[in-house]
Design a protein around this ligand. Sequence first.
Ligand code: PMP
Length: 332
Amino acid sequence: MTINETATAPAEATASRPIARNITDLIGNTPLLDLDAFAQRRGAKASLIAKIEFFNPLSSVKDRIAWAIIREAEESGELRTGQRIVDITSGNTGVALAAIATSRGYPVKFYLGDNTSPDKRKLLETLGAELVTVPNSIFIDPEGLTKLVEQIEREHPEAYFTNQLGNPSNPTEHYRTTGPEIWRDTEGAVDVFVAGVGTGGTVSGAGRYLREQKPDVRIVVAEPGDASLPTEEQPYPAEIDGVHKVAELEDDQLPPNYDREIADEIISIEAEAAYAVARDVLRETGLFVGASAGATIGVALQLSQRDEFAGKTIVAIVPDSGERYLSAGVFG
Ligand code: PMP
């Protein structure tokens, strides 16, 4: 391990920050962290930067879209006082929705994949959400998903279905906030952007913004490797929580919020390799990232070793914290 010699003391309390009036005022403007020393020890020729989404108030990238969906549905009048909110979620969207919705007086009910980490489950229960478990394979099974959506609408005709997989407020919010933040904070230096696909909102929205600023920016999707494919013996294998396969899927198996045209490249990484990266990042830098960030940083590391990216700047999204995976076998 090396000590970062450029480390500085915290800034003195000179730059003032307004007192937030609502928790939602604290969403976004998450920090970037330079992981160059970590990457260089692994032969990187490019600069590697992490965008740390666990600085959001409910500690994940999903705060952005949960608030955007609720805000826009309230503004349009689709979501009314006291109405129940329902959605299908792998955890983080549920956590953000539950906290924001409950504090605004909406009860919440979520349909959760059966590979969701026990920590996220506990958290959702603590936040007052009602939970229904569904097979995780439903996320790549168009028929199963359609049936589930129909079931939800049948059982809860009165509810507001936030529909993170298809709600346009999701990619639009990443286009409005995540992409511009990366562009602003790297001062336009970003050459490569790496994200995983759950709903596809992050990569499609932020990716579209970055491509508009710099047409030759490379957008790369990190997807789970083949060990994450369901088999007969293991119908619901350990997957990289929150992130699904995309490359071999048909259009109707992909979430509507994933823009199939956005990725220049899709690179797979096995769950175990992603977990190892998350453990290394923690040990060597002190940054405690979650499972899907192990995948994005792992893929960013591979890219950073390529000659074509020598001297370039790679930004990897860190969707959530390792604290959401303490009982999930990621950190032992
Ligand atoms: N990582 C984690 C931990 C997530 O919860 C999600 C969302 N399910 C993602 C990555 C993927 O983000 P998106 O839905 O924007 O594609």
